[in-house]
Design a protein around this ligand. Structure first.
Ligand code: VGL
Ligand code: ZN
Length: 194
């Protein structure tokens, strides 16, 4: 497969935030391993003039997904907290388009498209294809990829650049299968950035 990155492509880095990394409130398995992969992708996508997008989970302190409100998750990614910050080693350029999601207290939002300007920004930039990496494979990466496909984008998930929560072992891989069944493709970072 030949993947030539250009200005109709976007790199979408999903939720590479402290709370989803080891030591955070809702860690993925080995989540900080995505950081060097994301940095390599950033370097090559920036060099090719692609759009850079970074989503972040950005919850109010009383978000419905939190256990204190009967939800499934410990409190995580509370707006302005250290846990909600991007991983300190992630080399996001200042031009990156940052998409905050999950900001309504009473609504769960795993997708970077849900109540955000992401689709509009991609359209404004004539983007046709999305390359995704980040956290967590079976929640926000999965839903952002499925929504991207539903909006008509080509979606490539960088499989070595994602990690899952893996509450049930295999959840991450099952989510990747689902994305492929919906029309997404998988690639390794080394194939994308040569
Ligand atoms: C996520 C669980 C809860 C994610 C966000 O970014 O994948 N997972 N909130
Ligand atoms: Zn969340």
């Amino acid at each position: 497969m030949r993947l030539c990155i250009g200005r109709h492509d976007a790199l979408v880095l999903v939720d590479i935030q402290n709370d989803f990394c080891p030591g955070g409130a809702l860690p993925t398995q080995d989540g900080d391993a995505v950081v060097p992969v994301a940095n390599a992708l950033l370097a090559c996508f920036i060099a090719q003039g692609a759009l850079i997008v970074a989503t972040r989970d950005w919850h109010p302190a009383d978000h419905i997904s939190f256990q204190q409100r009967g939800g499934p998750w410990p409190a995580h990614c509370v707006q302005g907290s250290v846990g909600a910050a991007f991983h300190p080693e992630l080399q996001l350029p200042k031009e990156a388009f940052v998409v905050s999601k999950g900001m309504l207290a009473d609504e769960e939002a795993y997708s970077g498209f849900q109540r955000t300007p992401l689709h509009l920004e991609l359209q404004r930039n004539r983007i046709h294809r999305l390359f995704m990496a980040g956290l967590a494979t079976e929640y926000c990466v999965r839903q952002t990829a499925l929504d991207g496909l539903a909006f008509g984008y080509n979606v490539v998930v960088v499989e070595d650049g994602v990690r899952g929560v893996e509450s049930q072992p295999g959840d991450g891989n099952r989510a990747l299968q689902e994305v492929m069944e919906a029309g997404g493709i998988l690639a390794r970072a080394a194939e994308v950035c040569k």
